[in-house]
Structures are given as C-alpha cells and as structure tokens.
Design a protein around this ligand. Structure first.
Ligand SMILES: NC(=O)c1ccc[n+]([C@@H]2O[C@H](COP(=O)([O-])OP(=O)(O)OC[C@H]3O[C@@H](n4cnc5c(N)ncnc54)[C@H](OP(=O)(O)O)[C@@H]3O)[C@@H](O)[C@H]2O)c1
Length: 299
C-alpha cells in the first residue's frame, strides 16, 4: 500500500521525534509548520520536508495526513486556521496528539470533510528522546473510522501498538497516564526529600533506593499491584505506621496529608489482595485518619 505524504504542525518535543520517526519509517514529510518559522525550518531540514514555516506559509492542497502536535490549548485555534485554508479537506485525515482532548476539537476540519482523530503516544518525549522511543509503546486512537484506521497503520509503521478508546473515557485515560508518569516522578522526589532530611544526600539517596524500586518494578511487570504489595500496611502492622506518623509529625509535617492519602489507598490494595483482614485494615485507617484530623482533646 502506498504511504501517504504527511504534514506536521508543532515542531516541539513530540512533533520533532514523531517527524523523525515517520521519516525513518519511510514516509515523505511534505511540510513542517510551527509558531516560529525557525523551529519549523530546523526540523524540516532534518526530515527533508519540502515546505516549512508558519501556517501562513502552507501552500498547495490539503495533505493526505496532517499531524497537529501543538499544546492542547492551541488545538482549537489551529483547527480553525487549517479549516480556513483555501484547500479541499475531503480526502484528508487530520490527527492530533493530545491525550486529554478528543477528536471533537477538530470539528471545523470535520465540517470541511476531513476524517479527524486523536493519536496519542503513551510515552514521554523530551529533548533527549530518540525516534526509537515509539518501539513497543502504545498509541491510543479515537475519532472517525478512517482516521482510526490511518492512525493504527502509522502506529504499526513506527513499531508501536495501538488501542482504540471510547471518547467518553478519554479524560480518565489521560488522568491514569499522567498519574503513572508524573506522580511516579513526584513520589521519587518525596522519597529523596525524606532521605535528605534523614541526612542522606540526594545522589546517595537515589542510589540507595534504586535497587528497591527496580525490584518492585520487576514484580509489577509480572503481577497486579495487589499481588506484589509488601511492607507494614500489607502486614497490618499499625504500630510501625504509627512510628512513621510520629516521624512525619516531628520532622516533615507537610508530608502527613500525602502519606495518609497514599496509606489509605494502600490499605485498599492490601484488602483487594487478601493480605489483611478488615480489623487490621481499620486499625491502620484509624491511625492515618487521626494523623491528619486529630480528635478534639475535649472529647
Ligand atoms: N511531550 C510529551 O511527552 C507528549 C506525550 C504525548 C502527547 N503529547 C501531546 O503532544 C502535544 C504537544 O506537546 P509537546 O510536549 O510536544 O509540546 P511543546 O514541546 O510545547 O511543543 C508544541 C509546539 O507547538 C507549537 N505551537 C504552539 N502554538 C502553535 C500554533 N498556534 N500554531 C502552530 N504551532 C504552534 C510550538 O511552536 P514553537 O516552538 O514554534 O513556538 C511548539 O513547537 C500536546 O497535545 C501534548 O499533550 C506530548
């Protein structure tokens, strides 16, 4: 099957790697556009694109496939700008890469006859990413049937797997994805802060917990969370939990709410895995609850 030519808007973190990966997979990059011409021209030179600049520099017909890799809050405006171009969209597929928004944000293009969809790589892209970052990761898709079909073919060409989402589930899907990537980073930052407060400097603290985190991660690759949980809550050891709370109260009181919230969720995980009985769970929950909402001493 003939590979469609591609135009890409947004020469940022994801747009750069996506354009490079598509080029490496043998696609012709017809044009690269961005808010700043210089950024578009730089990327266009790397991927041998024929056209580069801002959307004002767009020439010729609508490309068979257009990727919009702009920030979420710029998508509606870019869709309106594209829809106003003096070009036919009837044969075109327009995909955006937002994880939170649905294909609905591209409505002005759908009204002009384009098949619209979202193409969200469930991966993190930074200045140090390379095009092989797509290998083995998932790309989630939703939108018009033609857009989903094209998105799935492109994902496969990049070495990624695809999964079709219900648009109503999209925000919850993105919530989960953000928690998996961002909150894991935040959790590690908190661990570093606690160790640093205990006199272990940041680099040493990071080296100290790395094998523990790697071991836990390895277990999680094979089993569901409730099957691999260990530690004081999984043992129903409310005295140790009380010890943690005391240490927090004395040294790091600002971390009490997050410890209590994650502790209560850990109790739910332990119950789901059959690790503790209801009575032990209640004792831990009571200790956590009291740590953040102490009982009035008058009662
Ligand atoms: N980064 C990730 O890890 C990641 C992962 C999955 C999905 N995504 C999604 O990919 C999209 C882009 O994210 P990103 O992280 O790549 O953002 P980014 O690094 O900020 O890049 C966005 C690019 O869009 C361009 N842009 C902004 N407004 C524009 C406009 N009105 N017209 C044309 N170009 C415009 C910017 O242009 P200039 O640079 O020229 O100013 C910039 O190059 C978002 O929807 C995000 O949710 C990102």
């Amino acid at each position: 099957m003939k590979r469609p030519a591609i135009r890409l808007i947004g020469a940022g973190a994801l747009g750069t790697i996506l354009a490079q990966a598509l080029r490496q997979a043998g696609y012709v990059m017809e044009g690269i556009y961005s808010r700043r011409s210089a950024a578009a021209e730089r990327l266009a030179a790397q991927v041998e694109a024929h056209q580069a600049g801002t959307l004002a520099d767009w020439e010729g017909g609508g490309a068979p496939v257009v990727f919009c890799c702009v920030p979420d809050d710029a998508l509606a405006r870019v869709a309106r700008q594209l829809a106003q171009l003096p070009t036919s969209w009837e044969e075109g597929v327009v995909l955006h890469t937002s994880g939170a928004l649905t294909a609905g944000v591209l409505a002005p293009l759908a009204e002009r006859g384009a098949a619209v969809g979202s193409f969200h790589p469930l991966q993190t892209f930074t200045g140090i990413s390379t095009p092989d970052v797509f290998q083995g990761c998932y790309v989630t898709l939703e939108g018009d049937a033609e857009a989903v079909k094209t998105g799935s073919r492109l994902a496969r060409a990049l070495g990624a797997r695809s999964l079709v989402l219900n648009p109503k589930a999209k925000m919850r899907y993105h919530l989960a994805a953000s928690m998996a990537s961002n909150y894991l980073v935040t959790l590690m930052a908190l661990v570093g802060e606690v160790l640093s407060d205990a006199g272990i400097e940041r680099q040493q603290g990071s080296a100290l917990v790395r094998p523990l985190v790697a071991g836990t991660w390895q277990n999680l690759q094979q089993q569901l969370p409730e099957n691999v949980l260990t530690g004081p809550i999984a043992r129903g050891d409310d005295e140790t939990v009380a010890g943690h709370i005391e240490a927090l109260q004395q040294y790091l009181p600002h971390l009490l709410p997050v410890y209590a919230a994650l502790g209560a969720e850990t109790v739910r995980v332990a119950l789901r895995g059959g690790k503790i009985q209801a009575e032990a769970a209640q004792a831990v929950l009571d200790a956590l609850h009291e740590a953040v909402e102490p009982r009035d001493p008058m009662f």
